[in-house]
Design a protein around this ligand. Structure first.
Ligand SMILES: N[C@@H](CCC(=O)N[C@@H](CS)C(=O)NCC(=O)O)C(=O)O
Length: 198
């Protein structure tokens, strides 16, 4: 049994979506977190080393960081084939998108939001415009990041784009709009939204 440590409408919401997609046995443990507006507090019941969400416990074993949790869960529950396994020709692309999401996309959007100029040769990420050229090119071949088939990488990237739709930080293109629609029209997304309450 997987325990998902979850705070409503946070980065853990998309793991309800992933666990629903996988049909995995899981329970949600609601915890409080510090919110960007200064509200909330770290919850002593949350095993995440920094009191953040998401975190999961699998039989007492802790996994944290979104990309690591996505990989852990799709490896552990391969039945629905939404995380290419070792030996699959798409495995390298899958790992690359998960790491790219965490190491390039997240810091790029946070630095754009904060208007931090980090020198190109120093930052480990690139500007959001350059990321979107790459993403649009991938989706043009798509319809998903890995090509024909939906994967957990689309859960991380697609739900993040869904949040930013309409923000000046994300340039809308027909490809991005269609992609977000494809990801958020999935029944597991709807089920996850219904469970993401509080
Ligand atoms: N890199 C982490 C980020 C997790 C994260 O920052 N989560 C936010 C919620 S969206 C949080 O828990 N914030 C509370 C805090 O920073 O104490 C991941 O992707 O898992």
């Amino acid at each position: 049994m997987i325990t998902l440590f979850h705070a409503p409408r946070s980065r853990s919401s998309r793991f309800i979506f992933l666990l629903e997609e996988l049909g995995a046995p899981y329970e949600i443990k609601r915890v409080s977190i510090r919110r960007g507006d200064g509200s909330g507090a770290v919850d002593a019941a949350n095993p995440h080393p920094h009191g953040k969400t998401p975190a999961i416990l699998d039989d007492g074993r802790l996994v944290f960081e979104s990309a690591a949790i996505a990989l852990y869960l799709t490896d552990k529950f391969p039945g629905k084939e939404i995380g290419p396994l070792n030996g699959d020709p798409r495995r390298g692309a899958y790992l690359s998108w998960l790491a790219y999401y965490a190491g390039v996309m997240e810091p790029a959007w946070v630095s754009a939001f904060m208007k931090w100029e980090v020198p190109r040769g120093t930052a480990g990420w690139v500007k959001t415009g350059e990321i979107m050229e790459f993403v649009n090119a991938a989706l043009a071949k798509g319809p998903y990041l890995l090509g024909e088939k939906f994967s957990a990488a689309d859960i991380l990237v697609g739900t993040t784009f869904a949040l930013f739709m309409g923000s000046p930080l994300l340039e809308k293109t027909p490809l991005i709009e269609g992609y977000v629609r494809r990801v958020t029209e999935r029944p597991a997304y709807e089920r996850a939204r219904a469970l993401d309450v509080g």
